[in-house]
Ligand binder design. Structure first.
Ligand SMILES: Cc1cc2nc3c(=O)[nH]c(=O)nc-3n(C[C@H](O)[C@H](O)[C@H](O)COP(=O)(O)O)c2cc1C
Length: 193
């Protein structure tokens, strides 16, 4: 698949089949993350691939807390659309049945007083590389920061990466059970001068 096609057709997938993702595919997806550009080549990321039933159970328990915590905000944001609230909370609770989660940590949250945005930009580049690489293999993904919003980042750090910085995102990976619909894009967000 061409890069453009992979980028344009990547969607956030919120329902997965139980087909496992092979080791080889996971390694290649992670490699694409590791080859992202980063500020001063800091490579300020650490990825934890969660796929054993025990490890997934630990994450799922915390996601129950996340779903409860974000529900009131969703009810406010989607007033009159209870189906959206229910669908979103159900995805957050069960992560769409994804066979693999990737927890993303900021390795160097206090690097030399640099603006934290440079870390965040670098990590965003690594995450997007992985999502596009997954898409090119027919593997679906969703990028979540809801655990951060709900304040369970510290629990995820303590459980999975106590010595590797701060939690910043959770990614789901797996084969789509349902394709995502592309939300409308603002096509005028650039200009030539
Ligand atoms: C930084 C970031 C955080 C996100 N957090 C969540 C999330 O917590 N839950 C969720 O369902 N989707 C989350 N998303 C997915 C976005 O909702 C999605 O990318 C957007 O609606 C565009 O849809 P598309 O990915 O299918 O193109 C997040 C995306 C990004 C980039």
């Amino acid at each position: 698949m061409e890069a453009r096609e992979a980028i344009l057709t990547r969607r956030s997938i919120r329902a997965y089949t139980d087909q496992p993702v092979s080791n080889e595919d996971l390694q290649e997806i992670l490699e694409c993350g590791l080859y992202a550009p980063s500020c001063s080549n800091m490579q300020p990321w650490h990825f934890v691939v969660v796929r054993s039933p025990e490890a997934k159970r630990k994450v799922d328990e915390l996601m129950g807390v996340v779903a409860k915590s974000v529900e009131p905000d969703l009810q406010q944001a989607f007033e009159g659309h209870p189906e959206v609230v229910e669908e979103t909370c159900s995805f957050i609770r069960q992560l769409g049945g994804a066979p693999v989660y990737v927890l993303v940590f900021w390795q160097k949250p206090d690097f030399n007083g640099k603006d934290p945005k440079v870390l965040s930009l670098s990590i965003g580049a690594a995450i997007e590389n992985m999502l596009v690489a997954a898409r090119a293999k027919g593997i679906g993904s969703c990028w979540l920061t809801a655990p951060l919003d709900a304040g369970v980042g510290e629990n995820l750090r303590a459980a999975f990466a106590p010595d590797n910085g701060q939690f910043c995102s959770l990614l789901t990976l797996g084969y789509p059970a349902k394709e995502g619909k592309a939300p409308r894009r603002k096509i005028n967000r650039y200009e030539f001068v």
